[in-house]
Structure formats: structure tokens, C-alpha cells
Ligand binder design. Structure first.
Ligand code: NAI
Length: 315
């Protein structure tokens, strides 16, 4: 008898496919739902190709061979079948509030009390689309970071109605599939990752717009300066290690932090045409017709980095 636990994936696009690969690698049975059979068939084909490729380069997660992992994933257009018997369902539909709301209402109608439903939303606080659901205590956000196969963080964000047991079970499931859950105490606009990311982007914008640095200069500062440190430790540990602990760091640098921070300009004007000069620099640095190759370049580096991190963990 097949006693694998089942998970459902709702939406078979980029993120839905990634979740399916993570779950099957950890030994779950996966049912991937979408609104059209062709979308599911294409997603399955793409997942099979990716799993075979990862096996070839020695980066397949889990202990089963690629074809075994692939055989653990099925899919179709029945939401009931997706949810039935699933311990966990991951919603991965496009980032539109009305659509998230509609899909959560459809899920609510077929859910039972034992199934957790998590949204992959990158930006929407859960209460904006989970209010009034019969099973609101079972619903929350599990926000992955792209590409989730190589970037392990998952932001676990409860709504005001999510039960503590559901948060803790979701944390356990994420850990079991090899991700790094970061549990929020409450919902907050932009969660954590995008709040930090947007504050960085705003400062990048001002440095370029004020003629202080080129776009290339800004990216170099991150990839050769902050990036290598942040790849291994957070900004807080970085500060601790740059002095004799945080107290000592603040004794040395808090006055500088205050004076530079007072000069920060806050939200940038990302609308068009205000952001046009930045777009033009970036279009030159990264031509739009070469983005596919550049994404491949990015993934190769993230794969190599994930391998290095695993190797260092074992030491
Ligand atoms: P996508 O556009 O690649 O895939 C969305 C899928 O949902 C498509 O296959 C579409 O057919 C399907 N869909 C549309 N309406 C549906 C419905 N009513 N029921 C079921 N399926 C439906 O989008 P992507 O990039 O996979 O994003 C999905 C979610 O993940 C979004 O909320 C996004 O913000 C979030 N996310 C995306 C990241 C990224 O880098 N792309 C990173 C982290 C989170």
C-alpha cells in the first residue's frame, strides 16, 4: 500500500512546479492542480526535464532517482482531488488579490479540518484574502524565494486567525523538505524579505539618480561587498563580528549610523518615466534578448553555492 503523505499544489507555474519538486524529493506524493489540462501537462514535462538535468549534474535533492521522484507527481483539473487526503496544500496562483480570494474560497469549500492551506504570495498580507473563511485557522502564508530549489528561506506568516498548531506544523513540514522556515509572530506588509529588499532598492535608486554611482557600481557594491558576508550571516551577526559584540559596535558606530541614516531619502519614485534613466542603464548592462542565458548563468551559480553550503554544513 502507498503510505506516502500527500500534498496538493494549486497553480502549476514557476513556483508551483518548484514546490512540486521540493515535495517529491522529500518523499511526498504530489497532485498539481491548474485550470487547464495542457498547463498541467506542460508543467509536468518541464519538471521531468528539470529533475533529469539535476540528476545529471549531481544536484538532485532527496535519495530517490529522478524517474522515481517524477512518478510521485500527478496532476489535473480537479480541485477536490488536489485537496482530498492532502496534509498540506500550497497555493501558487498569480499575485492578484481578487484571484487569491476566489481560490481560497474555492479551497475552503472542499477542505477538511486536517488540511493546511498555505499561500505563496510574495506581498499580500493573509488577512486580505483569508477573512471569513470557514477554515481560516488552517490557512497561512508560506512565501518561498525564487528559485526555491536552491534558495531555502520560506517566510511563514500567520493571519490573525491561524492556529498556533498550524504554524508549528507548517514549520515542521518546511524543515522536513529541507527549506529554512522563518516564522513571523504576526502579519506585516511586505513581510520581512521584501521590506528589506525594497529598502535596499530605494537606496540603490537614489545613489544612481543623484549621480553618485552607476547601476553597475551599485550592483558591484552588493556582490563584492555586502553580498558575500550576507550569504553566510545576517546583517546583525555581521555587526556583532565587526566589533566586540553589538554593544561595542554601537559604541563605535551608532553616531555614524544616525548621521548617515538621517540623510537617507526614503521611498524612491519607481513610476515611469521617473525611473527611465535607471532602466536604460540596466537594459544596456543586461540586454533584454539575453535574459534567458543570464538566468541560466544565475542558476548555475546558485546551484554551485547551494553545493558549497551543504559541504560547509557537514564540516
Ligand atoms: P505563474 O504565472 O508562473 O503561475 C501561476 C499559475 O497559476 C499558472 O499556471 C496559472 O495557469 C495558474 N492559475 C491561474 N488561475 C488559477 C486558478 N484560478 N486556479 C488554479 N491555478 C490558476 O506565477 P508564479 O511566478 O509561479 O507565482 C505564483 C505565486 O508565487 C504568486 O503569488 C507569486 O507572487 C508567488 N511567488 C513568486 C515568485 C517568483 O519569483 N516568481 C517568488 C515567490 C513567490
Amino acid at each position: 500500500m502507498d503510505n506516502k503523505r500527500k500534498v496538493g499544489i494549486v497553480g502549476s507555474g514557476l513556483i508551483g512546479g518548484s514546490w512540486a519538486m521540493l515535495f517529491t524529493a522529500a518523499g511526498f506524493k504530489v497532485y498539481m492542480y491548474d485550470i487547464d489540462d495542457k498547463l498541467v501537462a506542460d508543467a509536468l514535462k518541464d519538471i521531468q526535464r528539470q529533475l533529469q538535468n539535476l540528476e545529471k549534474i549531481g544536484m538532485l535533492r532527496g535519495s530517490d532517482a529522478a524517474d522515481v521522484q517524477f512518478s510521485g507527481i500527478s496532476g489535473g483539473t480537479s480541485l477536490e482531488e488536489c485537496v482530498r487526503g492532502s496534509v498540506y496544500v500550497q497555493e501558487c496562483v498569480p499575485e492578484q488579490l481578487s484571484l487569491k480570494r476566489k481560490v481560497f474560497e474555492q479551497l475552503d469549500a472542499v477542505l477538511d479540518d486536517a488540511t493546511i492551506v498555505a499561500s505563496s504570495t510574495s506581498t499580500m498580507v493573509p488577512s486580505t484574502f483569508m477573512s471569513g473563511l470557514k477554515h481560516a485557522q488552517n490557512c497561512l502564508v508560506s512565501h518561498p524565494v525564487n528559485p526555491p530549489y536552491f534558495v531555502p528561506a520560506v517566510e511563514i506568516v500567520p493571519s490573525p486567525w491561524t492556529s498556533e498548531a498550524v504554524v508549528s506544523k507548517t514549520e515542521d513540514i518546511m524543515t522536513e523538505i529541507g527549506q529554512e522556515p522563518i516564522v513571523f509572530k504576526k502579519e506585516h506588509p511586505g513581510f520581512g524579505l521584501n521590506r528589506i529588499q525594497y529598502s535596499i532598492l530605494n537606496e540603490c535608486y537614489h545613489l544612481i539618480k543623484d549621480g553618485v554611482l552607476s547601476a553597475d557600481g551599485v550592483d558591484k557594491l552588493m556582490k563584492f561587498g555586502l553580498g558575500p558576508r550576507y550569504a553566510w550571516m545576517g546583517p546583525l551577526e555581521t555587526a556583532v563580528l565587526n566589533a566586540e559584540g553589538m554593544r561595542s559596535y554601537l559604541e563605535r558606530y551608532s553616531h555614524i549610523m544616525h548621521s548617515v541614516s538621517a540623510d537617507l531619502k526614503g521611498p524612491a519614485d519607481w513610476s515611469l518615466p521617473a525611473a527611465e534613466p535607471i532602466i536604460q542603464q540596466l537594459d544596456q548592462l543586461f540586454p533584454l534578448d539575453k535574459l534567458k542565458e543570464r538566468r541560466q548563468w544565475r542558476d548555475e551559480r546558485l546551484i554551485a553555492f547551494a553545493a558549497l553550503r551543504d559541504q560547509m554544513k557537514r564540516k
